[in-house]
Write a protein that binds this ligand. Structure first.
Ligand code: NAP
Ligand code: HSE
Length: 427
């Protein structure tokens, strides 16, 4: 295959094995779409002795660097994950003149610019559609389709594992640990599932999405983050009572002063909201822009085969560019906007606390909220006597004001418990 484009695959796990399958099963179709054959020239893994269905054992190597630097590779697909050795291997690939396709959100959120700059200098492509929201096309719409518009917010469910866990906890009363084990077995979770359940994976994706949407570099460290490990059966029941479900939402938005706020938090979503019904490991992303208005993207957000679809879309695009001697769009980060610290963002909030069941307590609590400029939308009391629980839904308020109100409430004699707090989606 003299005029073939040579493809090296780094990693052959949940996603890599499916990418190899698609690449090998569809050679004629891919050749027709690219205009030249795609030839898999090597597969780097940690353990070359493991059986790999459908892959010629002669292609396997544990020396990823030699594969990348061997010369003549046109496209390197990085599916190892994590920061190192993925970063060094990607930089070596670029140095060797190869274009890169990666699904590695952890790396891009922590050091994407190093890679984008190296690719720009080397005149090669870096594509990363599969890094956010699995099979859903969301990177290309932000990078290309919507690049003539002005995006004001990107909000969504961008982690399949946590969506799957929260749904099963709510619908079946399933145990957190059991459901996490199922998510791992189904190939949704990261190699270290802490990244999923503590919100790091969603925060990495939020950093990538906001960098693209707002043309500003946003890193993982800029994202305020809370995972789902603190969510209790009581929280889930409280959400149900308020006509909501709990979802782990990523929210990226621009303020009136053009500054950017990015956060990932468990959030109560009213049942009528389109995000409330996103099932299992599916993801959904809402984009609001000045000219297009509202757009929603939805589909499988995790798992080997769906993610391989997004990876292969990038491989074909990079291969077409290669065949024509061109490259696609590079990083667009001209805007240098201020990134807000946690507390600057505005949201509705739900708070719950056990209080003394006597006249005047509700007035005391309401006055505390008012002193901090937090307006109450609805109040609900459950139980009585020792068990009087107040659930309070606020109107949209600054997170910093809400926190100050809660700190003051915690010091009131009438408040008898720790105060629970959760964001609520919508106005
Ligand atoms: P995985 O199942 O853990 O597979 C990792 C692969 O990398 C394995 O084949 C492993 O080899 C290989 N590997 C590890 N260290 C290596 C090294 N030093 N040199 C060469 N090979 C090495 O991971 P995955 O779930 O496929 O995820 C891969 C990437 O896709 C990650 O960036 C992840 O965030 C991203 N992603 C995953 C999903 C998903 O649903 N799983 C979805 C979107 C994006 P062995 O097989 O020998 O252990
Ligand atoms: N672990 C990730 C998730 C994989 O559950 O969403 C997709 O990026």
């Amino acid at each position: 295959m003299d005029n073939s484009l040579k493809v090296a695959l780094l990693g052959c796990g949940t996603v890599g094995s499916q990418v190899a399958r698609v690449l090998l099963e569809n050679q004629r179709v891919l050749q027709a779409r690219v205009g030249r054959p795609l030839e898999l020239v090597g597969v780097a893994v940690r353990d070359a002795a493991k059986p790999r269905a459908g892959i010629d054992p002669a292609l396997l190597t544990t020396d990823a660097e030699a594969l990348v630097r061997g010369g003549g590779v046109d496209i390197v697909i990085e599916l190892i994950g994590g920061v190192e050795p993925a970063r060094s291997l990607i930089l070596a690939a670029i140095e060797s003149g190869a274009s890169v396709v990666t699904a590695n959100k952890a790396l891009l959120a922590c050091d994407g610019p190093t890679i984008y700059e190296a690719a720009q200098a080397g005149g090669v492509d870096v594509y990363f559609e599969a890094a956010v929201a699995g099979a859903i096309p969301i990177i290309r719409p932000l990078r290309e389709s919507l690049v003539g518009d002005q995006i004001t917010s990107v909000v969504g469910i961008v982690n399949g594992t946590t969506n799957y866990i929260l749904e099963r906890m709510a619908n079946e009363g399933a145990d957190y640990t059991d459901v996490l084990a199922d998510a791992q077995r189904l190939g949704y979770a990261e190699a270290d599932p802490t990244a999923d359940v503590e919100g790091f994976d969603a925060a990495s994706k939020a950093a990538i999405l906001s960098s693209l949407a707002f043309h500003t570099r946003v890193t993982l460290e800029d994202v305020s983050r809370e995972g789902i490990t603190g969510i209790t059966a009581e929280d889930i029941a409280a959400a149900k009572e308020m006509g909501c479900v709990i979802k782990l939402l990523a929210r990226c938005s621009v303020g009136e002063d053009r500054s950017v706020s990015v956060g990932v938090h468990p959030t109560m979503v009213p049942l009528g909201h389109p995000l409330a019904g996103i099932p299992g490991a599916f993801n959904a992303v809402f984009i609001e822009s000045r000219y297009a208005g509202r757009l929603m993207f939805m589909g499988p957000g995790a798992g080997g085969s769906p993610t391989a679809s997004a990876v292969m879309g990038d491989v074909v695009t990079a291969a077409r560019n290669r065949a024509r001697g061109t490259v696609g769009p590079g990083e667009s980060a001209y805007s240098h906007r201020k990134i807000n610290p946690e507390g600057a963002e505005r949201s509705r909030f739900y708070t719950a606390m056990i209080v003394e069941d006597r006249p005047g307590v509700l007035a005391e609590v309401a006055a505390t909220f008012a002193r901090h400029d937090v307006s109450i939308q609805a109040v609900r009391q459950d139980g009585q006597g020792e068990d009087a629980k107040l659930g309070i839904m606020t109107h949209v308020a600054a997170h910093a004001d809400l926190s100050a109100a809660l700190a003051e409430l915690a010091s009131l004699g009438a408040v008898k418990s720790k105060i629970a707090m959760m964001r609520v989606e919508g106005d």
